[in-house]
Ligand binder design. Structure first.
Ligand SMILES: [Ca+2]
Ligand SMILES: [Ca+2]
Length: 283
């Protein structure tokens, strides 16, 4: 019997030691006296000191846990999301480095007067494109007035000019030869000519193939040369290939190939007894 009583006392002492009162260990608020809260396993007169002391999405405001929808705050640490702005939690803090443009939070820092544009929150004088009389090159505002086609380059005045180093293909396509040489047949005793075209570019002569016995030869023979070489003067001749020698149909003469020929992409060369056509394409 004494033993039971002693055990009872020990039990009561242990219970008293684990029971809550101010400053005592606890696991939940129900372990603490009325009006006190279990904070950090100690019964306390305040409900919370940080948001971490509150359960769920509530946060700690003035040492009291309040639901997120309250949106009231004292400092940024009171806000689960965003910053504390004028006593209310806001997801974003507006940032205006200047007096225009977006504030970074969906709002505006202001707008600029006419003739000014907003660049990084600052109003700067607007730029007027300068493309009058220009077809290429800078527009003076960081943009372009246009670009030049292949074989051309933009000059300082903003116009597309032939690129001196561009490589072109002059294709001698077809020709036409007169029926006779002042009444005499081209070949003895009455045959048709066997025409070929020779071009001399940079004083280097190159000839097409020969087309036998025709007044309407088709060659489609390509000559390759730079703009500079072509513009410095091309000499052309048409010959009739005879058995032992070349008979002249058009004697060698300087043909002038100008800007319009390059633009048009074709040219025609004619003399008294014949002619030929050519195309001009950038390679
Ligand atoms: Ca002949
Ligand atoms: Ca012949």
């Amino acid at each position: 019997m004494l033993r039971l009583i002693l055990l009872g006392w020990v039990g009561l002492l242990l219970f008293a030691a684990s029971s809550c009162g101010s400053g005592n260990n606890c696991l939940s608020n129900s372990d603490c006296p009325a009006g006190e809260f279990c904070l950090d396993k100690q019964c306390d007169t305040v409900e919370c000191r940080t948001n971490g002391d509150c359960v769920g999405e509530a946060f700690c405001i003035e040492q009291s846990c309040q639901s997120k929808s309250t949106e009231k705050c004292i400092s940024n640490s009171d806000c689960n999301n965003g910053d504390c702005v004028a006593g209310v939690c806001k997801a974003c803090t507006p940032s205006c480095l200047g007096n225009c443009g977006p504030d970074g939070c969906g709002g505006s820092c202001g707008s600029c007067q006419q003739g000014f544009t907003c660049e990084i929150n600052k109003c700067v004088q607007g730029c007027t494109r300068s493309c009058s009389g220009r077809t290429c090159g800078s527009d003076g505002c960081g943009g372009s007035c246009g670009s030049c086609g292949k074989g051309y380059q933009c000059s300082g005045s903003g116009n597309c000019e032939l690129d001196p180093s561009a490589v072109w293909v002059i294709t001698v396509t077809k020709g036409s030869i007169s029926e006779s040489l002042d009444g005499d047949s081209w070949d003895f005793p009455g045959g048709l000519p066997d025409p070929l075209v020779c071009l001399k570019i940079n004083n280097k002569e190159e000839c097409t193939n020969t087309v036998d016995n025709t007044l309407s030869p088709v060659w489609n023979y390509p000559f390759i040369a730079t703009t500079t070489a072509i513009q410095s003067g091309v000499k052309a001749a048409i010959y009739d290939a005879d058995v032992t020698d070349y008979e002249t149909i058009c004697s060698e003469g300087l043909i002038s190939i100008g800007k319009d020929d390059f633009r048009r992409g074709s040219l025609k060369v004619q003399c008294k007894y014949g002619s030929f056509e050519a195309t001009l394409r950038v390679k």
